[in-house]
Design a protein around this ligand. Structure first.
Ligand code: ADP
Ligand code: F6P
Length: 319
């Protein structure tokens, strides 16, 4: 392949810029022409792209967000949108694409590959909810941001002897909530993967109160939600003043951590190596801490295990 494109799609994630940089630099090092496609698949539909050179990706490795912008493109899911995207690829001679995003973006990459533009998916989402990979770009930064924010909530909860009920992102998955919850010493972690029982949480709070605990943190994944309602119920039943906080989009911003920059760089490089060999319809993933790749179709059939062992540990030691 001599000409490729790169785009970021779906929710942004810290480290996407590092991945774009790696793709551009690797492509140029291999004497390939590389286009930066703006606003996800919309850039292909609306002919919004530009040729990248070495300096197009200077000073972005440390920046959150994505310099290519991102979007959700419902039009791309239609045959008409797809045909427009294919025409743009033909116009610029784009023979393959690197798509950085979540599993929705992978479905788009699969569809484009099936129509003759081989794509490589890179896992970019703070949710770490992509089945084929144990790690997604942005997860480490988001976990650390959520942890830091909850540490701050802990200070004020401690001063007021309150219960803090905090919602963290994760879409339908509880991975971000689990890791953050154990790191902040939460009394309870509520995730969509495991059903919860308010009575047991209250019983645990009462028990720990008896041994001297005066403030509480309960981490709730957004897939469980209802933090306001939960805080109200806890206050009514226990008499412990409770406050609900939704951390929200702050978790998606910020400078990427070292881990996100390194993983993004390695995955971005590997994606270009695959395209260089003419290989498409694959996703780059991490398995046993090694970078590997899978067929997109197979990757989309996989299911992600939830770390129930860590969940049980968190539960047992938060006493
Ligand atoms: P994520 O990639 O983070 O999971 P989305 O699910 O919003 O985010 O998907 C991002 C974009 O990928 C969508 O806006 C759409 O352009 C494209 N996409 C998602 N699902 C499909 C699909 N089934 N077919 C083609 N394109 C899709
Ligand atoms: O997938 C990343 C994510 O931040 C999820 O955690 C969350 O559910 C969703 O995106 C929020 O999307 P939006 O930016 O459209 O509000």
């Amino acid at each position: 392949m001599k000409t490729i494109g790169v785009l970021t799609s779906g929710g942004d994630a810290p480290g996407m810029n590092a991945a774009v940089r790696a793709v551009v630099r690797a492509a140029l090092a291999k004497n390939m022409k590389v286009y930066g496609i703006r606003r996800g698949y919309n850039g292909l539909i609306y002919d919004d792209l530009c040729e990248m050179d070495l300096r197009s990706v200077s000073d972005i490795i440390h920046r959150g967000g994505t310099v290519l912008y991102t979007a959700r493109s419902p039009e791309f899911k239609t045959e008409e949108g797809m045909q427009k995207a294919l025409q743009t690829c033909q116009k610029y001679g784009i023979e393959g694409c690197v798509v950085i995003g979540g599993d929705g973006s992978y479905r788009g990459a699969r569809d484009l590959s099936l129509r003759g533009v081989p794509c490589i998916g890179l896992p970019g989402t703070i949710d770490n909810d992509i089945a084929c990979t144990e790690y997604t770009i942005g997860f480490d930064t988001a976990m650390n941001t959520a942890m830091e924010m909850i540490d701050r909530l802990r200070d004020t909860s401690q001063s007021h002897e309150r219960c803090s009920v905090v919602e963290v992102m994760g879409r339908g998955a509880g991975h971000l909530a689990l890791e953050t919850g154990i790191a902040v010493g939460a009394t309870a972690i509520l995730v969509p993967e495991v059903s919860y029982d308010l009575d047991s949480i209250i019983a645990k709070m009462r028990k720990t109160q008896k041994s001297g605990k005066k403030h509480f943190i309960i981490v709730v994944a957004e897939g469980v939600g209802h933090v306001e309602e939960l805080a109200k119920k806890i206050e009514e039943i226990t008499g412990i003043e409770s406050r609900a906080t939704i951390l929200g989009h702050v978790q998606r911003g910020g400078n990427p951590s070292l881990r996100d920059r390194v993983v993004a760089s390695e995955m971005g490089y590997d994606a270009v190596e695959l395209l260089e060999k003419g290989i498409g319809n694959r996703v780059v993933a991490m398995r046993d801490s090694k970078i590997v790749d899978f067929d997109i179709y197979e990757a989309l059939q996989m299911t992600k295990p939830f770390n129930i062992n860590l969940y049980n540990i968190a539960n047992e030691i938060s006493i």
